[in-house]
Design a protein around this ligand. Structure first.
Ligand code: INI
Length: 165
């Protein structure tokens, strides 16, 4: 039974990171965690391009533009939406998630959802480098796994087609 699974070996190519400035103290920590995880998995800093957007609501349009450029193996999106701070939490968080999924499906490029959606500032801080890890680092690992998985699936499909299968 053929089984496909992405590993964490260093993938080829460049990576785009789109980060939201809203709740910058948290998103800067997510970016630091993301860069650190990439470097420790063999993707040097000079293979990362970073774009800043005002808030998480703006992540999808820039993620899609970067994915469409053909320059990137994956696009990692970092943001932080805190329910306590906004009545439009559901709109911002929901539209960011839906928009990023659309961008990924429309382009065929993995777009990674590294957006914290929390009830409180404390939860956000805990997930950006304190007690509960760093979601930016997890997003980098998800990107590497997805790039390696998609490469496997695409090369397998080509092999099948050549074999007439
Ligand atoms: N953007 C965030 O990334 N996180 C938030 O918690 C947030 N709040 O609280 O409103 C937020 N709002 C800004 C939004 O993403 C857009 O930048 C803004 O509405 C302009 O389109």
């Amino acid at each position: 039974m053929p089984t496909f699974e992405g590993d964490f070996s260093p993938p080829a190519g460049r990576f785009a990171v789109v980060a939201a400035r809203f709740n910058a103290m948290v998103t800067e920590a997510l970016l630091a965690g993301c860069r650190d995880a990439f470097v420790r998995h063999g993707v040097a800093d000079d293979r990362l391009d970073v774009a800043w957007v005002p808030g998480s609501f703006e992540l999808p349009i820039v993620a899609q533009a970067m994915a469409e450029s053909g320059n990137y193996a994956a696009v990692i999106c970092l943001g932080c939406v805190i329910r306590g701070e906004t009545g439009h939490y559901d709109h911002v968080a929901g539209q960011a998630a839906g928009g990023l999924m659309s961008a990924s499906l429309a382009t065929g490029v993995p777009v990674i959802f590294g957006v914290l959606t929390t009830e409180t500032v404390e939860q956000a801080l805990n997930r950006s480098g304190l007690k509960a890890g760093n979601k930016g680092g997890e997003a980098a690992l998800a990107a590497i796994e997805m790039v390696n998985l998609m490469a496997q699936i695409r090369s397998e499909a080509v092999a099948d087609a050549k074999a007439g299968g």
